[in-house]
Design a binder for this molecule. Structure first.
Ligand SMILES: Nc1ncnc2c1ncn2[C@@H]1O[C@H](COP(=O)(O)OP(=O)(O)OP(=O)(O)O)[C@@H](O)[C@H]1O
Ligand SMILES: [Mg+2]
Length: 262
């Protein structure tokens, strides 16, 4: 039997009379480093699903398991420590800090030494610092941000800020990374670059769960796709299967700007 990495079992989320997710099942299993996408028209419940997986919303019913461990309703920081991380949004970017400082800051979440040791500058804390700055440099390299490592965020274009947000997520050493519309608002060149970098992240052994409206990007990068429609899962399969699935095509009809890129 293949290893279960992340699993949602029959999760439902109700906001008053509105059911944003209804009995949704999702299984991410097998090899680490896959890219699995969740697609669906606006309001289908994709972000709600991600928020439940990462602890930002509590499901009305159902459960979430990370490597077989029940994490339903656990606080986001505890889930992050177990290896499932949602990326930082632009709002977590500080205009005056450099790219390197942002990644180092995110790293603080994961340092091994406790605060007292840091204050007392004990050996473990010093070793941590060296390891962390090496690792921050490595992350900037992976994100292709090394050339702007020392540039303040306020001077960086949108495409770079988005990559920086993902880099900050990586600094917390996730095993599973959730990306909600990471390419939204990027121009085609920035999108291509970000898609390639997302693939590199997955190839480094991190499983990526992606919500994205850019169908060309989704079809190109995904190993597997789940489709939500009005809160329910209507299909799952490989990009090829999804592209040819009549239910999916039907769900997307009339959504000219969000077409399947057929
Ligand atoms: N906190 C909330 N309170 C009430 N309703 C909510 C809340 N969050 C989401 N909803 C509703 O739940 C439904 C699903 O929203 P969600 O944001 O998950 O959709 P989505 O698939 O991410 O859409 P989009 O593609 O536009 O980002 C929508 O009808 C939305 O209005
Ligand atoms: Mg959304």
């Amino acid at each position: 039997m293949s290893t279960s990495i992340l699993e949602a079992r029959n999760i439902t989320k109700r906001f008053g009379g509105l059911t944003a997710n209804e009995d949704v099942n999702l299984l991410l299993a097998g090899e680490a480093g896959q890219v699995v996408s969740v697609i669906g028209p606006n309001g289908a419940g994709k972000s709600t699903l991600f928020k439940m997986l990462s602890g930002f919303l509590k499901p009305s019913s159902g459960s979430v398991l990370l490597y077989g461990q029940e994490i339903t309703g656990m606080a986001p920081h505890r889930i992050a420590r177990l290896g499932l991380v949602r990326t930082f949004q632009e709002t977590t970017i500080f205009p005056d800090l450099t790219a390197m400082e942002h990644v180092s800051l995110a790293h603080q979440l994961h340092r091994q030494a406790n605060d007292l040791e840091v204050v007392l500058r004990m050996p473990r804390a010093r070793a941590d610092e060296a390891a962390l700055s090496a690792s921050a440099a490595e992350i900037l390299e992976l994100m292709e941000l090394s050339p702007v490592a020392d540039v303040a965020a306020r001077h960086l274009p949108q495409g770079y800020l988005r990559l920086l947000g993902i880099g900050m997520g990586l600094a917390t050493r996730p095993r599973v990374l959730l990306l909600d519309e990471p390419y939204a608002g990027l121009n085609p060149e920035e999108t291509n670059r970000a898609v390639m970098i997302t693939r590199k992240i997955a190839n480094s052994g991190i499983s990526v769960l992606l919500v994205e409206h850019d169908m060309k990007a989704v079809m190109a990068i995904s190993d597997f796709i789940h489709v939500l429609y009005f809160g329910k899962k209507i299909a799952e399969g490989t990009p090829e299967e999804i592209r040819n699935n009549p239910k999916v095509i039907e769900a997307y009809l009339g959504q000219e700007d969000k077409e399947l890129g057929l």
